[in-house]
Design a protein. Structure first.
Length: 393
């Protein structure tokens, strides 16, 4: 069980604020904030290189922490400046050719999909969207039927930006591993709220961010790269850290996942992300998942009871993201009205995940994303405010 009083006491939220934008960026706990500020102060006092040398163990703690989080080895982890760049470094390492097939989901995130479009335009590769099942999640049976020797990559978002759906990652991993097809999982919005095990998921590559459910600093991300595949991939960009210059006309890529890293990075953020992961591990990912999903379930039920409010989450398995619309009001207007009442939510627009939202006729949805430090009273207040807005339309 989560000690809610404790985690709220360690969360420096503004008095009266209800933060329900955790899928955007969570509020960092005091130990994370303290670690980042302390490291920045040391840099200011002794110099950046010197601080890194003095705090070498703290800086590199992130690899062991991330390995514990994902159940992998530390040499399979790369620290990258954000989840998008982590995903890019993985995706652009594949050498696509004309006729290669990229399989993805209808709820794929915009940054990933525009990368597919760019590669398709450059190389002649083909993008194919895996059909959904009756629940709105990826149909694993349809995916299995699509796999052949031309499929170069299966790339799926675990938790989409526009709803509480959780893609069936373990089932996808089982069929891709059996077919020998690489599987790239975007875990940007699942890491920190769901218990992830890359061995069970059987993904080959996984990207995540620090700022969302892990409660880490902005400008931090991680890439998991399964050792056997990582050694066969050539990153699209390299530097002296990723590839030492061993002779005048030759470099050698590092044998581990750090071939996807840059030498220069956010060292204070790196320290903070390690602390954030340790904080989550101490609480327990299973306990976090149970509380987050439990709060979200109650919120969905309460919002569904409000006249004029429609909840738009899909899938058999759902997470801490709850999306809804208010009849007669645009999503941005709802967000601003709630912000004026000290309630933070966000908006997902059609351009964020166009295929899914166009299919469902949704121009935008309001997104309320709960975390374990939120309370039932906060959710009741949100529903009361939404109800008042629905009545005023």
């Amino acid at each position: 069980m989560i000690d809610v009083d404790r985690v709220r006491s360690e969360t420096r939220g503004r008095p009266g604020l209800i933060h329900l934008n955790n899928a955007g960026a969570s509020l960092s706990p005091a130990p994370v904030l303290g670690a980042v500020v302390d490291y920045l102060q040391l840099e200011a006092e002794v110099g950046g290189y010197e601080a890194a040398a003095q705090r070498h163990e703290s800086v590199n703690r992130v690899y062991g922490a991330a390995a514990s989080l994902l159940r992998c080895e530390p040499d399979e982890i790369a620290f990258v400046e954000n989840a998008t760049r982590a995903w890019d470094m993985a995706f652009y390492s594949f050498e696509f050719q004309a006729g290669d097939r990229i399989l993805t989901c209808a709820a794929e995130y915009v940054s990933n999909y525009v990368a597919y479009l760019q590669v398709a335009r450059r190389t002649g590769a083909v993008i194919e969207v895996i059909p959904d099942d009756e629940s709105g999640a990826v149909s694993v049976d349809a995916l299995a039927a699509m796999l052949d020797e031309r499929v170069k990559l299966v790339s799926v978002t675990h938790v989409p930006t526009n709803g509480g759906l959780v893609s069936p990652a373990e089932e996808i991993g089982a069929v891709t591993r059996a077919a020998g097809v690489p599987f790239l999982l975007d875990a940007c919005q699942s890491a920190g709220q769901l218990d992830l095990d890359v061995g069970k998921v059987q993904c080959d590559l996984l990207s995540l961010t620090g700022r969302k459910y892990l409660r880490g600093p902005r400008g931090t991300g991680l890439l998991y790269a399964r050792r056997e595949l990582a050694q066969a991939l050539h990153p699209p960009m390299i530097d002296l850290h990723a590839a030492p210059w061993v002779e005048a006309d030759r470099y050698e890529l590092r044998p581990d996942a750090r071939r996807f890293e840059n030498w220069e990075c956010n060292f204070a953020g790196k320290v903070g992300l390690g602390v954030a992961i340790d904080y989550a591990l101490e609480l327990g990912l299973d306990a976090i998942e149970q509380r987050v999903c439990g709060l979200a379930t109650r919120l969905r039920e309460s919002l569904s009871e409000i006249r004029g409010v429609s909840v738009h989450d899909l899938g058999r398995r759902r997470c801490g993201i709850v999306t809804f619309t208010v009849s007669g009001l645009d999503a941005e207007g709802v967000k601003q009205a709630l912000a004026s009442r000290s309630i933070n939510v966000s908006v997902s627009v059609v351009g964020s995940t166009r295929i899914d939202m166009e299919r469902r006729g949704l121009p935008a949805v309001v997104r309320a994303s709960v975390h374990y430090y939120n309370t039932e009273d906060e959710l009741r207040r949100l529903c009361a405010e939404v109800g008042a807005l629905a009545q005023s339309r």
